[in-house]
Structures are given as C-alpha cells and as structure tokens.
Ligand binder design. Structure first.
Ligand code: FES
Length: 143
C-alpha cells in the first residue's frame, strides 16, 4: 500500500520560523545597544533650550525643558547636539562630564558627547538623542 507523504509544515514550525525571522530583524535594528542612535528629525514641538551665546564651541550644559533635564553639547559653530540626562543604567542624572564624555556620578558610566554612545559601562545603552535647531541666538530642542 502506498502512502501519500506530503510534508506540510506544522504550526509550530511556521511560528518558530517567523519568530526567528523577527528576532533577526530586531537584532539588526537595535545593534548592540551601546552604539549611538541616529539624530532624529526635527519633529514635534520646538522648545527654547538655551541661548547660543551661553554655549561656546566645545561647551556642554545641562538644561531643564518642560520639567525634564537634557544635556547639550556644541561640537562646532553650527551644531548643537541634545541628549537625555537620564542614565540608561539605573536612571541617575548624567553630568556634563569631561571634554569628551558625559559622566554618570552613580556608577561611573560614560557616554560620548559626539553621539551619546556608551564609552564606559556599566550602562549598556546609548543616551536618547533629540533634534535641535539654531535660530538666531536661540537653541531649540524638539520634544
Ligand atoms: S545609574 Fe548611571 S551608571 Fe548607574
């Protein structure tokens, strides 16, 4: 007697394949978590964060906007970068740090001022970035 042995995938096989494909996409999208997030597009509401004259080139400052604290870094004449000051390790307030890194006082994590990436742990995830613009002497942050 001859049997028809058509191999149809079971539901478990199909689901497992889908999860594996989804995991691969997630890994690609997230990377290691220590690397920098891209600078977001300037969408949302623009809030005045500081005056450009108060932030010299290579300068860093901490500002409060809408009740939340942010770190601003001006790498050159025409650019201001903005990051959350909430440490990605356990939520302490990250400080303005030294000439190259923001430093968290709680456990010593350091984040590169150039892009918010982790320069030293224990934090494993980069600081969240925010879009900014310079309008005259005003630095605006988009939240
Ligand atoms: S909370 Fe910032 S290093 Fe631990």
């Amino acid at each position: 007697m001859k049997q028809n042995l058509t191999l149809l995938p079971t539901r478990r096989v199909v689901l497992g394949t889908s999860l594996a494909a989804g995991a691969a996409v997630t890994l690609v999208a997230c990377g290691s978590g220590k690397s920098a997030d891209p600078i977001p597009s300037p969408t949302g509401t623009a809030y005045e964060a500081t005056e450009l004259s108060q932030l010299p080139v290579q300068g860093t400052t901490s500002v409060t906007v809408e009740g939340h604290n942010y770190l601003l870094y001006r790498p050159d004449e025409t650019t201001v970068l903005a990051y959350t000051s909430v440490c990605t390790h356990q939520g302490c307030k990250v400080g303005t740090g030294d000439s190259t890194n923001f430093i968290c006082p709680c456990h010593g994590s350091e984040f590169a001022k150039a892009d918010g990436s982790v320069a030293q742990g224990p934090a494993e995830k980069a600081l969240t970035r925010y879009a900014t613009s310079i309008e005259g002497d005003k630095v605006k942050i988009y939240l």
